[in-house]
Design a protein around this ligand. Structure first.
Ligand SMILES: *Cc1c(COP(=O)(O)O)cnc(C)c1O
Length: 407
């Protein structure tokens, strides 16, 4: 974070690394030429490990919501029975899209702040006779700061409704936390350039399983711009059916290069550390976190606005100090605030954010005791780092023993 730029701690669009910003300023190229074909090939190949898929990844020019709409209209038909599992505003949105196109959506909602429970999902599907065409899921619910136990939920769905397609919104998680689309049996998975991918908004990446692609042949919901078959047919040529957001593609390409340098393991660890620091820091400052502690998100944290705190004035003070947080969404507007910690985020930016919040609390005479927030955030981060190091040392020790035994 430069001294001259705000600490943009919203859950997307996320801040751009300098080289990603520069990539977006490059001269245009022919989107039907070899340079673009190579670019789209690199993006595809670079994305697949984060999806955990060997299948194709379509690159659409639209917001993340357009990617969700693509998942729905390409695989479903009007009248299809769909279970929309919602744990917040984005789960509601996914269900609304399916409804808008005529699916018969049954909603299963968790109280906001909680994850979906695999056992309850299994029971619900079994009670419903199991003949669902699809189940809609949100991996990371950005409105509540809750991360669903996706592998367990997918397993529960596979067990109770083996033929149901599993469509997953991973817009605010993919690229920041592990995901195994193929191994978990997910059929369509959607993400967006402006979240963990450290690029500007404008591209949605959509991957589908063999079953997902097969479903697209039978589906009858109307589609044209978002027709994924048109995308897949041109992927081999390294093109997209319509003019893509070339500048954003340049950025995603550079973002993926930076991510490869850091390695997925490094990226996932960094997000885990930044999440733990944010959450420990806010709690030490007296904020009550919104999410069930067992399912706290690693990319965004929501906290209750304490009784008696004038959020508008408080947030004004934060902004004056160049800290930009997000407010509550939907029915949480005015009730919670959210801190984004995904994409290009470093521990020092989190410590700075906690420090800024601490400063304003102190000014208002609301600080439990000086320095507690930043200290707690640092402790949480150091605890995780030390845990990782001793686990690494133990693994290395075990490796040495095994090698010794072999000798
Ligand atoms: C940001 C987000 C979206 C939507 O992205 P847009 O690009 O604003 O359409 C969808 N789902 C989740 C979970 C998100 O965080």
């Amino acid at each position: 974070m430069s001294r001259f730029e705000p600490n943009l701690r919203i859950p997307g669009p996320t801040a751009l690394p300098p080289s990603v910003r520069e990539a977006g300023g490059r001269q245009m190229i022919n989107h039907r030429g070899p340079e673009f074909a190579a670019l789209i090939g690199r993006i595809q190949a670079g994305m697949k490990p984060y999806f955990g898929t060997a299948g194709d990844v379509a690159i659409l020019t639209c917001a993340g919501t357009g990617g969700l709409e693509a998942a729905v209209v390409n695989t479903l038909s009007p009248g299809d029975r769909v279970l929309g599992i919602s744990i917040g505003a984005f789960g509601d949105r996914f269900a609304q899209i399916a409804e808008a196109y005529g699916a018969r959506v049954e909603r299963m909602t968790a109280e906001w702040g909680w994850a979906a429970a695999p056992d309850e999902v299994r029971e619900r599907l079994a009670a419903g006779g199991g003949d669902y065409r699809a189940v809609l899921l949100t991996h990371n619910e950005t409105s509540t700061g809750v991360m669903n136990p996706l592998s367990q939920l997918a397993a529960a769905i596979r067990a109770a409704a083996p033929d149901a397609l599993i469509l997953v919104d991973t817009v605010s998680s993919l690229g920041a936390v592990p995901f195994e689309m193929d191994a978990w049996g997910c059929d369509v998975v959607v993400t967006g350039s402006q979240k963990a991918w450290m690029a500007a908004p404008g591209l949605a990446m959509v991957a589908a399983s063999d079953r997902g692609w097969a479903a697209m042949e039978a589906a009858t919901m109307p589609r044209f711009y978002l027709d994924l078959r048109r995308h897949r047919d041109l992927l081999g040529k390294g093109e997209t059916p319509w003019t893509p957001a070339v500048a954003v593609a340049f950025q995603v390409d550079e973002g993926l290069r930076l991510m490869a340098e850091e390695t997925p393991a490094g990226i996932f660890a960094r997000h885990e550390i930044c999440a733990a620091a944010t959450q420990a820091g806010l709690e030490a400052l007296g904020f009550r976190l919104f999410a069930d502690p067992a399912h706290r998100s690693r990319t965004v944290t929501a906290a209750w606005i304490p009784e008696g705190l004038d959020w508008k004035a408080f947030n004004g003070e934060l902004k004056r100090r160049d800290l930009i947080l997000a407010g509550g969404q939907g029915k949480l507007a005015g009730k919670v605030f959210r801190v984004g910690h995904l994409g290009m985020v470093r521990l020092d930016e989190i410590l700075a954010a906690i420090g800024t919040i601490e400063e304003v609390l102190a000014e208002q005479g609301r600080l439990p005791s000086a320095g507690v927030g930043v200290a707690a955030a640092e402790r949480a981060a150091i605890g995780l780092e030390q845990g990782r190091q001793s686990a690494g040392a133990a693994a290395a020790g075990a490796g040495a023993t095994a090698a010794g035994g072999a000798r």
